[in-house]
Design a protein around this ligand. Sequence first.
Ligand SMILES: [Zn+2]
Length: 812
Amino acid sequence: MESNQQDDLEPNKDDLPLRANTNHILVRHYVLDLSVDFQTEVIGGSIVLFLEPCKGPGRTEEVDLVSKNKTEELNTPYVHGENARGFRSASEIIVSQGSQNDASNTSWDDASKDFTLILDCCDLVVSKVEEVDVCTVSELWNLLEVDKVPLDSTQSSSFALVQRLMSIPSARWRQQQDLYLQCSCAQAVNTTEPLLFHMDQWSLQIRKKGVRSPHAFPRALRIWYKTKPSGGSVRWTKDQDGRCCVYTMGSPINNRALFPCQEPPVAMSTWQAHVKAQCEYMVLMSGENQAVPVPDKTGFLEWDYYVTMPMPASTFTIAVGKWQEAKSLPHNHEEVKSEEPCAKSDCKKFDYPQSWSENQSSHLTEEDEKKFCAHVDYPCRFMHRGPITQAVIPHRVFAPSCHLKKAESTLVPLLPFCLAAAHSVLGIHPFSRLDVLIVPPGFSSLGMASPHIIFLSQSVLAGNQILCGTRLCHEIAHSWFGLAIGARDWTEEWISEGFATYLEDVFWAQIQQSQMGSTDNEEQKQLKALLRWRRLKDELENSEEELQVLRPNKDTTGEVSESGASIVKHALNPGKPFMQVHYLKGYFLLMFLAEKVGEIEFLSFFRHFVRRFHGQLILSQDFLQMFLDTFPALERQGLTLESIYSDWLDTPGIAKWLGEASSTWSHSPPVAQVSEEVVKWKHLSGGTRKGTKRKRAGPKVNFKELNPWQLVLLLEFLLEEAELSVSCLSLLQTTYKLCNQDAEVKHRWCELVVKHKYAAAYRDVEHFLIHDQAMGVYLSGKETDTMQMLYFRLRSPGVKSAQGNPQQHTGT
Ligand SMILES: [Zn+2]
């Protein structure tokens, strides 16, 4: 066992520690007061945390009733190593590393028995930590009097005040937000003993001398700090117009380099943020309100945002830049006031088929409504009638000016359709409004969803609407799966990505059917499934088995240490961002389940599931068990929780069902069409291999029109050919106008170009590599290595053109 112990001493290098002791104390609300400085590339200011000690088993609120033993246990999350498998070591190793920023390091005593508040963060410079004197906020006292709450003599009055503030019922959320703000502005407690703090690589640790228990720990803290320009979760860059901007880029460390927070998803909190930036900048953020900037004394503008729905701090997102609003269609021009979290639609009725929403409301029975809201008290949209019929929530689109026209012609008209489709399938939008932003080209994926804001890559704007529409559908689906319902254990990424991938097809089919009257949605879904199946197969053949498991922690999924700390397996693995297995296997599992009960029943079950679990965190079994309970007949067919785990979630590779299903997909009509075209192309290439001019000008082949997904498949099939003639490649390019296609098509085209060293189209490759960096995530093809090399060559100084010889490709 000694070797195991050794392993425990150091989490794998690619694991991400979540160190916050959320089992001891929880942040319930953050108030951020920050300034953005583009000159120094620093965001600085203060953050105020409102804390609540946890009511662990056998513990009471009263400080003096906490037994001495218990207190010691609470105080020492990692000093007593037996509490936390493997975590003690992580912290100890790290403690010795990071001390340069630490103003109070000299007095830090690792053996102290005082309680330590541990916050997750990195790359921050903390200058001061102070206790906020909430007792100076007179309105807070009024609250106690009005509510006739007797002051418990065993409690400090500041504790009672903060407790009272945090338990203001959701109906009075506005008063609560206002009081949080007043408290955040209150002065620091005047004391001779300042709070002690200590920074290490992954955390900020705070103590109050002599305080042994979280119950006696201050309830309101203010931390003065600055970010670092190189901080791992805030990207300072230039937008497509060459203007400065900064945004949270959705890295595996989430917001840790933006503010100190409790990262574990169980630490759900609300927030308010007051962000100052120079007048010409616009601050977009995860907030319920559309902030109206107010000038401050320094000539900056201040943008105030808030949320009333408690969410993990990791979902907070900010983007500051010289964004411009893409003009919307006339019916969206109306001034939208979304101040009330549960406000009725201020949007004029969108022109979508009546049946979409009727379909939805007819599913709402009285019994359903009783099942609403199992979450903590917050002003939830599910509790109100208004949002039931609000198919399209207020929304805006922002982009750098060079993409404005394209955003207006592609994105703006699509967005309401996608919102309405999502509403028709899943019901009430969990969030009251939405901003969509075209982010800078360095953004590493096609999209990212956060509360009230979606980042989209410019890559979705090219080509026809399909890539843009489906990606929007995907990100909108995350409002339900990923945000309103989150994964309790981050290793279960499939819970958000598998669902969003599955739902993007459902939403898109809905739009196609109602708007274009298309009748081949089933076939198109099969085509999509085949493409994903090919992608998955390729990925599984080329990745470590360990990374192919959707539930790597198996039966210990969701477990944390005594303090609440944990590690996220492989979260920092460099290969991880390039992997799609969570999206794809998760999507196929849902497809498999849908096939068992039929799509209509399955989606109806989704709505029940959403009503039951919105505002909460889940594990795989919460979904699967409710599914099996809803369709008890399946158990008789041998479908059990255990069989789903072993076939889909706990093992590498693929489930048997997939092998069989995929052969059906490969015979679907749109695929057969592609196969017919492939034959023509192969014939053409074979016939002109010698490349004489006479043959090239030979009889015209009648190529059928293909949609972008079919084109992707066609190019993939052609990629399997050892040889393709120059004239064939040239004709491919012009026949399908490949340079004007979407990024997925262009990606395969570029692979073909590189594979066959088709120099005439190196410009296309250059353009793709520079403008479609988001596709890096999806580069999995055999020519990827060569393309990446080309890319680095293109970017290195002195390389003027991509017309030279391509490097020998090294693809596997
Ligand atoms: Zn609710």
